[in-house]
Design a protein around this ligand. Sequence first.
Ligand SMILES: Nc1ncnc2c1ncn2[C@@H]1O[C@H](COP(=O)(O)OP(=O)(O)O)[C@@H](O)[C@H]1O
Ligand SMILES: [Mg+2]
Length: 379
Amino acid sequence: MLTDFRSYAALTWRPAARISVLYGPNGTGKTNLLEALSLIVPGRGLRGARNADLPRLDGPGGWAVAGRFQTPEGETIIGTGCEPGSDRRVFRLDGAAPRNQADISRIIAAVWLTPQMDRLFQEGLSGRRRFLDRLVWALEPGHAREMASHDTAVGSRNRLLAEGRQDRAWLSGLEDSIARHAVAASAARLGLVTRLNAQIAAGAGAFPPGRIGLACPIAERLQTEPALAVEDWLRDGLAANRPRDSAAGTSLLGAHRTDMRLTDAGTGTPAALASTGQQKALLIGVILAHAALIASARGFAPLLLLDEPAVHLDAERRRALWDVLMALSAQTVITGTDADIFLPLADHAEALATGSGGLHPDGRFLRPETDTAPVPTAL
Ligand SMILES: Nc1ncnc2c1ncn2[C@@H]1O[C@H](COP(=O)(O)OP(=O)(O)O)[C@@H](O)[C@H]1O
Ligand SMILES: [Mg+2]
C-alpha cells in the first residue's frame, strides 16, 4: 500500500504471483514502485533518495509505504513513512513502533539491480563501496551500524586533525574506535565475498561467473593474521599517519578506502573493461547468487527488485535470466518498457501496466483468480 509516495496518491496492490512484471513507458511509476518496496527495509532505498524527495509533489507532504509480508516470525505488516510537516522517517511493525531498525532488518531483506549500476565500474569507488556494503548488510544486518560508527569516528578524527589540535588521548580513543570498527566491517565484507564467490562458482553458468575481489589492505591482512593483530597494526598506522592525514585532509587508512573489483572468472576480464552488456550480465549473476545466498544463509528469501534488467542483454541471456528467476524462491518484481519480452514468463508471473498512478493487469499473464502459486513474501 502506497500513500502519497512520489507519483502515487494511493495504491493497493496484492501480488498474484511470486514474480511480478511492471511495464510501461518512461515516467509511469515503475521505478517509484520498486523504490517504495526497497524502503520497507531500513536504509535510503534503491535511489538513495533524500526523505524530502519522497512525498508526492501535489500531496499533503507526508508519505507512507506498508505491506504484509511472510517473515520468519510469521505474517507481519511492515510500514514506513513520514508524517506531513515532519522530516523524520518512522517504521511500524504490526502498527507499533519497533525498538530499533534492526527489528525490521532481522525479518526482511531486499536485493536490487538498477540501471545506475551499469556505470558501477566506470565511476568512483564510493558507489562500489556502497554496493558492496549493501550486499554485506543484507546478509549481516549489524554491518550497517558497524560502518556508521566507523565513519563517525573517521569524521571526528578528520575534524580534530583539521583544527590542528594535538589532543593525543582524544585522537588515540578515536583511532582505537576506527581500528575496531574497520576490522569488524572488513571481516564481514571478507566473509560475504568468500561466500558469494563460492555461491557464484556453484551457479548454473547461465551468466558469466563473476569473481569479487576486495582492494583493501585491512581485508588482505585479515586473511593471514588474527583480527586483534590487524587492529593493532591499524591503530599504530593511524597514529603514525597523523601528520600525513592532517595534510591530506582525510584519513588514508580505514574501511572507507576499500574498493571492490569484479572479474569474469571465465575469461579473466575485469568488469571495467567488459562491454556494457557483459558488465550487466556479470552483475546480474552477482545479484542472483546473492539472493540465493541470503535465502540459504538466513532461511528466508529476500525481495528481489530488478529495474530494467533486460536492457543491454542479448536474447539468450534474457532467456537465461527468466529461467533463473523461475527457479528462485524470492518474491521478485521486474520492470521493463515492453510486456512482450516478458512473455516467456507468462505462466509464472503476473504483468501489470503502469500509468495514471495505478497498475493495470495484462490478460496474457497470470491473473489473480487462476494463480495457485504460493506467495512467500507479498505486499
Ligand atoms: N515526489 C514526487 N511527486 C510526484 N511525482 C514524482 C515525484 N518524484 C518523481 N515523480 C514523478 O515520477 C515519474 C518517474 O517515475 P519513475 O517510476 O521513475 O518512472 P519509470 O516508469 O520510468 O521508472 C516522473 O514523471 C516524476 O516526475
Ligand atoms: Mg525507471
